[in-house]
Design a protein around this ligand. Structure first.
Ligand code: ARG
Length: 363
């Protein structure tokens, strides 16, 4: 579902707004938020590509800019008091302009979802949710989030009708699709040999991967406010690009860089999720990630088939993969006679400990 700008604008005017401005921020979103997160391999709790969480600091930034243009003293948002988004908005707005007052009616009036829907109805505000379908959804280029309604029972399988970006893997084409993605310094720049700007590249991948049922995520996650919640995500392009980016890094980063990157990934993902995009630590980590990407250039081939996304090929001019070292065939350059000496020293602490301290060596 593509968001329909005129209807969003009309909805604002229907609520009694004197003026309504809609900003297309897709390019900014991709350049300043999505791609840095991709370079960091950001995934919250190893599952959620953070589409909603990444959009919040940008919305806050544009909101604060607009408040300044209009000379406003206060800004408002529709978050309840139970979720992560209120934290992300409030912290980001305060980081950008601590003087702005923040008004959050749903939170201040402690409204339930049903009450919010009834309130909107009473005041002629058109919203997609109805009391029969209580889902709360959020969508952008990096993915779609769906929660509430029957999904609140973590035992209930998500009904097919909640999905919008992905075809059911069972109904996906019987023939796999292959797609080649080229990266320059950790940024995807070409699809199937064609130069594309970030927004078009993500758009096209969403279309293609979604068609093949890639990818649906069912996540019971830890919210910042201490609540566990069950959320379903659809993230076609994010899934493919994250898998491809990780595969390319595996080829060009040293083992130590890869291990360190994993730690940075976790910290960076938590910062995004927890509303700390505009923090010095996030900026410092971004500088590290940026530096780590200087050799992350090359191509990755991905196979999409009935909900799965598999990397089946990768190459880079900076590859550290050395066939002469890896091969078990002729042309082996690895000096096998050096291995026993290496193993002798490597295993020294284990042997010492086993001799001195172990009573039963079989456990
Ligand atoms: N759980 C996700 C997050 O905290 C998404 C929140 C918004 N979800 C929604 N369905 N409106 O980032």
């Amino acid at each position: 579902m593509k968001k329909d700008h005129p209807s969003i604008q009309q909805r604002a005017l229907d609520t009694g707004a004197a003026k309504s401005c809609v900003t297309d921020a897709k390019e900014l979103f991709v350049k300043d938020y999505v791609f840095p997160a991709l370079q960091a391999n950001a995934l919250y709790e190893g599952q959620y590509p953070l589409a909603t969480a990444l959009a919040r600091p940008l919305i806050a930034r544009l909101l604060v800019d607009r408040a300044h243009q209009e000379g406003a003293r206060a800004v408002a948002h529709g978050c309840t008091g139970k979720g992560n988004d209120q934290v992300r908005f409030d912290v980001s707005i305060a980081a950008l302009d601590p003087r702005l007052q923040i008004i959050a009616p749903a939170r201040e009036w402690e409204m339930t979802r049903k009450e919010e829907i009834a309130y909107a109805k009473r005041h002629g505000i058109s919203i997609p949710a109805t009391s029969a379908s209580l889902y709360s959804t959020d969508e952008n280029l990096w993915g779609r989030s769906i929660e509430c309604g029957v999904l609140e029972d973590p035992w209930v399988e998500p009904p097919e009708d909640i999905y919008d970006l992905t075809r059911s893997p069972g109904d996906a084409p019987d023939k796999p699709a292959y797609v080649e993605i080229e990266f320059e310094e950790g940024i995807p720049v070409r699809l199937e040999g064609q130069d594309l700007d970030g927004v078009s590249l993500i758009d096209q991948l969403n279309e293609l991967a979604g068609e093949h049922g890639v990818r649906r995520i069912d996540h019971v996650e830890n919210r910042l406010v201490g609540i566990k919640s069950r959320e379903i995500y659809e993230a076609p392009a994010a899934e493919v690009l994250l898998a491809a980016h990780r595969a390319l890094e595996a080829l060009v980063l040293s083992r130590d860089q890869s291990r360190f990157h994993e730690r940075v990934t976790q910290e960076y993902s938590d910062l995004i999720y927890n509303g700390l995009w505009f923090s010095s630590l996030r900026q410092d980590l971004a500088a590290y990630v940026q530096s780590s990407q200087r050799f992350v250039s090359g191509s990755v081939r991905v196979k999409l088939f009935k909900g799965s996304c598999m990397v089946v090929g990768r190459k880079s001019p900076h590859s550290l993969y050395d066939l002469g070292l890896a091969t078990y065939d002729e042309g082996d350059l690895f000096d096998q006679s050096a291995s026993p000496g290496f193993i002798h020293i490597w295993g020294l602490p284990v042997r010492t400990q086993a001799r001195r301290q172990w009573l039963d060596r079989r456990k």
